[in-house]
Design a protein around this ligand. Structure first.
Ligand code: SAM
Length: 279
């Protein structure tokens, strides 16, 4: 009974747990993104359970129907096209609604590209922040990256291959030339890990063009003494106070003059803080 969140492979069809296969065979129906993708997996593993499509375009209409089936006592499984549902994939609202209604939810864990890329990156894995997909437009992307500058751990991003080079360039510009890795085609035949600094990776992909297949970017943590973090906190505090009483431009001028920091750096931070404030 209830909803089982079931992880499926991110490339290699063999990467699925015995428990996941068992659950997918037993449930009344499997809720998936693209029925053709899940049918292919089912064909490989000899599963014939009925499929129900649930994706960005029909979720609002389908969710109440799925909840009604669960409330009536049916067991359903949720999968996505690849990896772990809800991780940059549909399912969060369905799970939220199940929990709100007291429907049992369980997870059958398995592959996810974020973990595979992190553990293969050679970058610190004890603390990490998964930031999903960055905004596609440059200005919004840079502002989003600036918000992550102080995270004291590795950063992991999903990215479309055609935006890889510009994204690596923006990461290097905003975060500094940190060590990083690009993981491509994980678990697949042409799996590739490229480890270098951000600027070198950006130059490589700008020269080679968009790579084939799927990619994950991992960026190492900031390499700086504790005072740097304290200095950042002081800057945020000064900016917060100045922005509360003046325009953004005046606040940046005031804080740049008072702190002696480059105006460009102060402005970038002010933009990030401005975006982070609730409206
Ligand atoms: N739910 C999935 C998971 O748990 O990994 C992620 C789905 S998200 C829509 C798709 C993104 O995940 C791709 O754009 C890519 O960044 C990453 N990804 C998925 N499979 C991958 C693979 N085999 N190799 C590299 N990246 C992969």
């Amino acid at each position: 009974m209830g909803l089982s969140i079931v992880a499926t492979p991110i490339g290699n069809a063999g990467d699925i747990t015995l428990r996941a296969l068992d659950a997918l065979k037993r449930v009344a129906a499997v809720v998936c993104e693209d029925t053709r993708v899940t049918m292919k997996l089912f064909g490989i593993h000899g599963i014939s359970t009925r499929l129900v499509a649930y994706h960005d375009h029909n979720a609002e209409e389908m969710r109440p129907k799925l909840v009604a089936r669960l409330m009536a006592g049916e067991a359903l499984a949720l999968v996505s096209d690849a990896g772990t549902p809800l991780v940059s994939d549909p399912g969060y609202k369905l799970v939220r609604e199940c929990l709100d209604r007291g429907i049992a939810v369980t997870a059958l864990p398995g592959p996810s590209a974020v973990i595979d890329a992190l553990v293969l990156s050679g970058l610190p894995s004890d603390r990490f922040f998964f930031a999903g997909f960055l905004p596609p437009r440059a200005a919004a992307r840079r502002a989003a990256i600036a918000e992550l500058a102080g995270v004291p751990g590795s950063l992991v991003f999903y990215e479309a291959p055609q935006r890889l080079a510009e994204c690596l360039g923006d990461l290097g510009d905003v975060l500094g030339d940190r060590p990083a890795a690009v993981a491509r085609e994980l678990t697949k035949r042409y799996e590739e890990l490229r480890r270098d600094r951000l600027a070198a990776l950006a130059a490589h992909y700008a020269a080679s063009g968009a790579p084939k297949g799927e990619v994950v970017i991992v960026v190492g943590p900031p390499d700086r003494p504790a005072e740097a973090t304290a200095a950042e906190l002081r800057l945020d505090q000064m900016l917060g106070e100045a922005m509360a009483r003046s325009s953004l431009r005046d606040a940046v001028d005031e804080v740049a003059a008072a702190s002696g920091l480059p105006r460009r750096l102060v402005y970038r931070r002010a933009l990030a803080l401005g975006r982070a404030q609730p409206r």
